[in-house]
Design a protein around this ligand. Structure first.
Ligand code: MLT
Length: 254
């Protein structure tokens, strides 16, 4: 298996990602929010790249079976039911609902990889479950970090590096790492000891604190809080069929 890593969806295009096995990582906060929503019983999440598209496809069932969630500049979009804070996606609000989901970088990354053969969504909160899903077959994998407006974001890169280390196991010589995957694994080794502290010190972590979402950083830093594997099926992210399993709490040490 070869593991490659892209720092941002702006580094690639949908045709390059076609038919590949992709893992999308957006720790702050789209991956964490998607995992939380599915853990709490959302039926499916439909990622879209623009607000106009979210409004268009929510149609006549909007507000009843269908909710709109997402953010611009970290804040809830006018006319939406939910922002992008995982804390908002409580069972009583979202159980059984379809959520049309529009975020700046995370849903863009999923959209860009929509022709992937397999696409999983990963944050620290579900990293062991995703690592196990990736390892189920030996095919190459590309980790697509959402990053920030075309640039690297540290929390995504370190989460991706942790995933690389889990999948490659460092003893298994059958895994071949691209330079970017190796760089991310090395970053996780040196900065991944205290995930919450690391996340608090990142650019986007500091921004979220400044607009009142400091509590989200602890939610987004909880390694293996859930065992769900969100998978893109058609145009919607749903629970991978066999992804509900007992917690293992396995954590790779930095
Ligand atoms: C994004 O997709 O850019 C993020 O999830 C932004 C956020 O923190 O809400």
């Amino acid at each position: 298996m070869r593991i490659d890593l892209l720092m941002s969806p702006h580094q690639t295009d949908d045709l390059t990602l076609r038919d590949k096995k992709i893992v999308v990582v957006d720790v702050l906060r789209a991956s964490t929010t998607i995992a939380t929503a599915l853990q709490n019983g959302a039926r499916e999440i439909i990622p879209v790249a623009s607000i106009e598209r979210a409004v268009k496809i929510s149609g006549s069932l909007f507000g009843d079976a269908i909710l709109r969630g997402g953010e611009r500049n970290g804040k809830m979009i006018d006319g939406f039911n939910l922002g992008n804070s995982p804390a908002e996606y409580a069972e009583e609000k979202i159980k059984g609902k379809v959520i049309i989901f529009c975020t700046t970088n995370g849903s863009l990354a999923i959209e860009r990889a929509r022709y992937a053969r397999t696409l999983y969504v990963c944050g620290f909160v579900n990293i062991t479950a995703v690592a196990e899903a990736v390892e189920k077959d030996d095919s190459d994998v590309t980790i697509l970090c959402a990053g920030k407006s075309g640039l690297l974001s540290l929390e995504d890169t370190i989460c991706a590096g942790m995933l690389v280390r889990m999948v490659s196991d460092e003893k298994t010589s059958s895994v071949d790492l691209s330079d970017s995957a190796l760089a991310a694994a090395t970053l996780h080794k040196s900065l991944g000891r205290n995930i919450h502290k690391m996340v608090k010190g990142t650019e986007h972590g500091k921004y979220l604190q400044s607009i009142g979402f400091g509590d989200d950083l602890s939610l987004c830093s909880q390694v293996d809080a859930f065992s769900v594997v969100p998978q893109l099926i058609g145009n919607a992210v749903k629970l991978k069929a066999d992804s509900l399993r007992p917690e293992t709490g396995v954590q790779i040490s930095a």
